[in-house]
Design a protein around this ligand. Structure first.
Ligand code: SAM
Length: 287
């Protein structure tokens, strides 16, 4: 059944209990089976479906405007639920910790300059801000409402001295950011809510702001069956589609197997500048 923000794809359950990767959640048969298994979710789903239908109509032609309206509506009810899953503080903390631990395990250093795309209310961001040197964290989001919540998170964790940058954006052209600046770009549970043209826009610009040896990690909802979307909110892609999209923009992308071992329902890709080719002249000299 489509998203109701109580199940979502952001689980804290073992991956063995997740739906098979070939599942097409947009199919009527799937929805009916899901409704029979979770009758208590039918009414919230219908309510969400009606609200989303109205918002899609109001903001037709612009996914970003539509999703911004979804976030405004969700954040007004519960900012913690708006960034994923149910309104549980423990879950908010756990998923933020998972993101932080993963990047630390991949060598994040206080000197890194981190751009977080779709930073939400700083579920992971506050941990990055606390760890990084002052001024090294940049968070962007399409939702002014969630950025106001992000500011509250900063105050709650007493992080004013870290002077993080938080900026609302209307697109992912990243045009206001400097060339080759960010050593780490991070987008968690953002492309799982993005149509391909939004991801394409991001991938066409992120290479410019990425430091030569930097990397861009993003999660996505993976399918190994038919690519599909649910309510214009949850988008399911084959890894190959996204890897080819990155390659189209002169970047390399690889699937992060170690992320799969974590109890999170999404998958992760890492995008980098391609490794420099050994030039013909080098090869000739070695012969
Ligand atoms: C599910 S929340 C995750 C937030 C945060 N990354 C986290 O892990 O808590 C998705 C966030 O991405 C933002 N978002 C969605 N589409 C975006 C886009 N095209 N550009 C920037 N932010 C976007 C939403 O407003 C929301 O704050």
């Amino acid at each position: 059944m489509p998203t109701d923000r109580t199940e979502g794809t952001e689980t804290l359950m073992p991956s063995s209990s997740a739906a098979p990767l070939s599942t097409n959640r947009s199919r009527l048969g799937y929805k009916v089976r899901y409704a029979l298994r979770h009758p208590q979710r039918v009414v919230p789903y219908l309510r969400r479906s009606a609200r989303d239908g109205w918002l899609r109509f109001r903001h037709r032609g612009s996914h970003v405007a539509y999703y911004r309206a979804v976030m405004a509506s969700d954040a007004a009810r519960s900012p913690e639920a708006a960034v994923g899953g149910g309104p549980s503080h423990a879950r908010w903390l756990a998923i933020g910790q998972m993101q932080y631990d993963y990047l630390l395990g991949h060598g994040l250093k206080p000197q890194d300059r981190v751009l977080e795309i779709g930073c939400g209310n700083l579920r992971a961001g506050w941990r990055f801000i606390e760890y990084l040197e002052p001024g090294h964290y940049f968070g962007i989001d399409i939702s002014p409402e969630i950025l106001i919540e992000a500011k509250k998170t900063l105050v709650r964790y007493d992080l004013q001295q870290k002077v993080p940058h938080l900026t609302p954006v209307a697109d992912l052209t990243l045009d206001f950011l400097p060339d080759g600046y960010f050593t780490v770009v991070h987008a968690h549970s953002v492309f799982s809510h993005s149509p391909l043209e939004v991801i394409d826009e991001c991938l066409s610009h992120v290479g410019r702001v990425l430091a030569p040896d930097g990397f861009f990690d993003f999660t996505f909802d993976r399918t190994e069956g038919t690519e599909h979307q649910v309510l214009g909110e949850d988008f399911y892609y084959r890894p190959r589609t996204l890897i080819q999209l990155a390659e189209k923009h002169g970047l390399s992308a690889r699937f992060m197997d170690d992320w799969e071992r974590l109890p999170h329902g999404q998958s992760k890709l890492r995008v980098t500048h391609p490794a420099p080719l050994t030039s013909c002249r080098d090869g000739a000299a070695a012969e």
